[in-house]
Design a protein around this ligand. Structure first.
Ligand code: ZN
Length: 358
């Protein structure tokens, strides 16, 4: 597809996304969701609010055309990267017990596969922004002086100069609301996949979605080494942390609810863990090659978030701040459905308290 066709395709996705929500949820709320294109030359997504929390919602999601084009080009390049298998010797070792995919589809289905990956990546971005809006994170952030503007609640790019000056508490609020939006997006996408697909197609879509998600987050991360973090800084968690928080939801959600079996595919928990690991590692290696990076940056690949240096302290701060702001969100959120709201498992809480000796 050329750039204009990519933007047209993205417009179709946006129109469908907003039409469904405006006919359903936003109609019930007597409000409106609008998508606005921007021609800024960067990968950029943003949610903003034109109403007070006590009024019917006037919500906006802004995206740049460049976001659509860059995402599609990344997907096409990744498709070829998997097909040519330049790093398969490494993957043979990393995934020695897993018959990992050697192609994303047959050659004849290439465009169909790339388009579907594109739709799933874009949809994740849209649901992420919707998560901010539904839970009125802009209002919460204003209460904690997270941003100068009450309107812009998210820019899905790396931190800017202003956000680096946030206090630890404001940064923690910003980070945890990012995680809450990621969580909302994951649950929404995973549910949408089982609603729209079944059988082999669903299996292919799950693989595509995990790779598309990893492509978005590695684009934010770049080819940098992981920077050890003990306290939240800036507006967003490091993209690798976001990847490590979101990927396990795929096997947790699907294996808990047996959603896949009822949709005609037999992927067990281990299969799903292998798929998400494969997507994350292949995208990581792909991103190094795409950016002509020689050598591997430190702590660059997916790992257990809690094993990273300083992360126990970081996660404790995140847990504490979520406990503090969740009641505030509950007062203003537009939808009451706990399934879509960020949760931390008892096991996760236990690990943190054990390591801290609490
Ligand atoms: Zn966000």
């Amino acid at each position: 597809m050329n750039d204009a066709e990519i933007i047209d395709k993205a417009s179709d996705v946006f129109l469908k996304f907003t039409a469904e929500l405006n006919d359903g949820l936003y109609k019930e709320l007597n409000g409106r969701l609008s998508i606005r294109w921007s021609d800024k030359r960067c990968f950029y997504a943003c949610a903003s609010v034109g109403s007070k929390v006590e009024e019917p919602p006037k919500h906006y999601i802004d995206l740049t055309q460049e976001t659509a084009v860059l995402l599609y080009r990344d997907i096409e390049d990744y498709y070829h990267y998997i097909k040519y298998g330049a790093d398969n010797e490494k993957f043979d070792i990393i995934f020695k017990d897993f018959d990992y995919p050697k192609a994303l589809s047959s050659e004849s289905a290439k465009e169909h596969r790339c388009k579907n990956m594109f739709i799933s990546g874009l949809t994740w971005i849209l649901f992420h922004e919707l998560g901010h809006l539904i839970q009125e994170h802009g209002h919460i952030r204003t209460l904690y002086n997270c941003s100068e503007s009450t309107e812009v609640v998210d820019c899905a790019t790396n931190d800017n100069e202003i956000s680096r000056e946030l206090s630890v508490k404001a940064a923690a609020v910003s980070h945890v609301t990012e995680m809450a939006a990621d969580f909302y997006a994951m649950i929404s996408c995973l549910r949408a996949l089982v609603r729209h697909f079944e059988g082999d197609e669903l299996e292919a879509e799950i693989k595509s979605f995990t790779s598309a998600l990893a492509l978005v987050l590695y684009r934010f991360h770049g080819v940098n080494s992981y920077v050890a973090t003990e306290v939240p800084e800036g507006s967003h968690p490091q993209p690798l942390i976001r990847l490590e928080q979101t990927m396990p939801l795929i096997h947790e959600v699907y294996s808990i609810f047996d959603l896949l079996e009822t949709n005609g595919i037999r992927l067990n928990r281990l299969d799903l863990i292998n798929i998400t690991s494969w997507s994350s590692f292949t995208v990581g290696f792909f991103w190094l090659r795409k950016n002509r990076q020689l050598g591997v940056p430190d702590d660059y690949f997916l790992s257990g978030s809690l094993q990273r240096p300083g992360m126990i302290n970081y996660h404790q701060i995140i847990l504490d701040i979520w406990g503090e702001i969740k009641p505030l969100i509950d007062k203003v959120k537009r939808v009451d459905d706990p399934f879509y709201e960020l949760q931390f498992s008892d096991q996760y809480r236990e690990i943190i308290s054990q390591v801290r000796g609490v």
